[in-house]
Design a protein around this ligand. Structure first.
Ligand code: FPP
Ligand code: MG
Length: 304
């Protein structure tokens, strides 16, 4: 698809730090791939609302830079060794360079917004990053604990959904839509679905396709939706032992799959996608919207 190719080109073109190591680290994480859903949703939403998708391109690129910055930081926080099937940037370049390149990419994003966006967008984007940081801290503070469904959604809204909300909101604003908050809500719902599927795949995905082994969340002491959805059929004390690293996680992972935790998570993701589609219902019907709807289906059907 033409739009995707342009996004790839712009992601590399806008990245122009003076210091070679920042360029190398930035290119490393950008070139490591990804589905580019954030910039795609940004430009398509702008088009759906009647704007020129090209006008939203630098803003979509900025939002992908925020995503990339958050991955650089997240891998340092998690002490990760792989990302997208390759060595993680912190492993290749060291923690310091990875964190600081993340800072660079985040600032670069706001710089793009100050040139191609407006104050309202900058307010939305900076609020989004505050929410992301809070979501991550909340997640860390709950490692090793059983959490409620409400706490789970608070965490995933922060770590994933708000950024998708911002993509839809920014795209809408650039397309001249007054009702962009409704688009933000649609993006938020879609982002929840995205993370729910991520959490389902962590229980039962194909490690070769995902570029990471299954069962990471349980091993890291993270209580996610597949586990929460079948908690009433499990012994809470035994679950706590696994989350605290005091007993092996693999038998619990298998048990959650057996009890239908993955199916329940996928169903929940479908519910969120349906809510997103309903919110989009009142926006103009055109090719851009049809492409957005196709991507929404991809989000819940994906195995990568
Ligand atoms: C991955 O979660 C983490 C995120 C998607 C968000 C990380 C957010 C921050 C570090 C705060 C925002 C910071 C900036 C600079 C914008 P995961 O560890 O569950 O998933 P993984 O398997 O992909 O690592
Ligand atoms: Mg991580």
């Amino acid at each position: 698809m033409e739009l995707l190719k342009e996004i790839e080109e712009n992601l590399l073109k806008e990245l122009n730090p003076k210091v070679k190591l920042v360029l190398e680290t930035g290119r490393y994480i950008v070139a490591s791939g990804g589905k580019r859903l954030r910039p795609l949703f940004t430009v398509l939403t702008c088009g759906m609302c009647g704007g020129d998708p090209q006008d939203a391109m630098p803003l979509g690129v900025g939002l992908e830079y925020i995503h990339v910055a958050s991955l650089l930081h997240d891998d340092v926080v998690d002490g990760a060794e792989t990302r997208r099937g390759k060595k993680s940037a912190n492993l290749v370049f060291g923690n310091g360079v990875a964190v600081l390149t993340g800072d660079y990419m985040y600032a670069k994003s706001l710089h793009l917004f100050s040139t191609y966006g407006n104050i309202e967008m900058i307010r939305l984007v900076s609020q989004t990053v505050m929410d992301m940081a809070e979501g991550q801290v909340l997640e860390i503070s709950k490692v090793g604990d059983i959490i409620s469904e409400e706490e789970y959604f608070q965490i995933i809204d922060g770590k994933t959904a708000v950024l998708f909300g911002a993509c839809f909101g920014v795209g809408g604003m650039k397309g001249g839509c007054q009702d962009w908050k409704k688009l933000y809500e649609a993006g938020l719902r879609m982002g929840r679905a995205f993370q729910l599927i991520d959490d389902a795949l962590d229980y039962e995905g194909d490690p070769r396709k995902l570029g990471k082994p299954v069962g990471n969340d349980l091993r890291e002491g993270k209580c996610t939706y597949p586990l929460i959805s079948v908690l009433d059929k499990l012994d809470r004390d035994k679950v706590k032992k696994v989350l605290r690293g005091l007993s092996e996680s693999e038998p619990l992972r298998k048990k959650v799959v057996e009890l239908g935790g993955v199916e329940k998570t996928k169903e929940k993701a479908k519910e969120e996608i349906e809510k997103a589609k309903t919110l989009l219902g009142e926006f103009p019907d055109n090719d851009y919207k049809r492409e957005i709807l196709r991507l929404l289906d991809f989000v819940v059907e994906r195995n990568i």
